[in-house]
Write a new protein. Sequence first.
Length: 460
Amino acid sequence: MTTESTGRDLSSLRGLAGGGVHLPGDEDYDRARTTWALALDLRPAAVAFPVDAREVAAVVRAAAAAGLRVAPLGTGHNAHPLGDLSDSVLVRLSGMAGVTIDPDARRARVEAGALWAAVVEAAAAHGLAALHGSSPDTGVVGYSLGGGIGWYARSLGLATNSVTAVELVTADGSLVRVDAEHDPELFWAVRGGGGANFGVVTAIEFTLYPIGTAYAGMLVWDLRDAHRVLRRWAEWAVDAPDAVTTSYRHLQYPPIPEIPEPFRGRQLVIIDGAVLGDDAEAERILAPLRELGPELDTFARVPAGSLVRLHMDPEQPTPGGGRSALLDELPPDAVDRLVEAAGADSGSSLFLMAELRQLGGALGRPQPGAGVTARIDGGFQLICGGMMVGEMAKQTIADCERVLDAMAPYSRGRQYLNFQEEPVDPSTGFAASDWETLVRIRRAVDPGGLFQANHEIPIG
């Protein structure tokens, strides 16, 4: 069996993965190559669905023997920068979704295809919480090994620095486990350097925290109030205690029944987030924002497990995409620029989303025993996005570029790669000295460049 794109004999791949191996021309090939980002048109030489680490190793060996590269993919988030896969086997890990909680050790072991919703629910049953993201169906492994900024981040740091072990298949088809005592250099590199640069990650272990509840919710205003709300939030966010982590968003909702009534067909400003502290402390922290008179205020004591859906991110695959940048600061002139570029009178497309994540706190301080992404070098994370279908895609990209151009004076060009959905120079995600070390480790672990990552570290 050959593929037209490679001309190579791929018959050795058949039967290696319990979830199937699909080649161009197969009946299920189009379904197999479709990722969470529906607008993305990946066309790999083959798509394999292994169900355990042994099958992953077999696929890696067979791909290497056939002269193909290997592109691991968990859930399909942030697959946009993968590029040309015509000479690659796309290894889909969705069939490996096991979650094991050790409540006594406060630790979770999670396979590569697991989603955050399953982990959060399993941990909550024991009064524990993970450093999860804002979306319930984001893959745990990609999020965690790329950094991981969640609702407890300013208090507890990046999720990647709570990872205690990583299991991965290396370029020679070996399954290895790395931690602080076993190959600590590789363990350092995969925590923030992205596991796919060094192998196919099959599972990770990470610390859980004794968090049963949090004071969390959202504050909502009409988009016409954006200037006064953003100016207050930008000033407040810089000196806010580490106990609070928030985001600020401009959202435009279509007038469709699927959107809840308070948001349907409206342009809104939303500040959402969580406080790790008692009610009195949380109310004191949030008071400067509440003084602005939001039309909706849902902040209250809630189960920690509910925070995985606080941000109301889409829970089904969407034809979306966007751009992002790290910002140093948000002075008054930056507020003016953002509101002009993405406010009520900006003329931006219906589906444009412009968001700022509050950084600082523990996110800005290196943690003991941390991986390569020990901290985030910036004050705010800017994210823009929208629909990426047909003519809407052109408008979304233009709107996003307008926002990023407006905010460029407040950035030094660094990137947090987990939010970067287009190909960029991956070295911008790391300190210069760390980048040199990452390149050296990648070359040692994968000298032939077998693995294809979304933000790929070169081997030379």
